[in-house]
Design a protein around this ligand. Sequence first.
Ligand code: ZN
Length: 125
Amino acid sequence: MADQVIHRTKLFNGQAVEEVHFDAVFKGARCAGCGSEKCAIRIQTFIAIADIKDQRVRDEVFDSVLKGKLKPTPTTSGPGVRAGESFACASCRKEAEIAAARCPSYVIVVIDKLVEADKPTIQVV
Ligand SMILES: [Zn+2]
């Protein structure tokens, strides 16, 4: 077993890393700008529950978490909830990133870019 040569095409049930990433994150998604199925970026926004200023809204979020309607996500500011998710294709990517950068300061933006074939996933500058 230790002498067995593992080829790249044999990993992940015969799928390359790019294909596994696409299936896990981008499969079935459509670009918010033009409707294309070839999405290249996913933008998720999270809000920490402690950062919700309105007490009534915060109570509703707590109630939804307790009832299982919302799944709390760990953030840098404590437990939070996902406020939104959006996809964009390579053509609409720049506008999507600009829109994400305009979010209020209390919104945590997570950007997931599609791993492209023949490009390193880690770059050293
Ligand atoms: Zn697009």
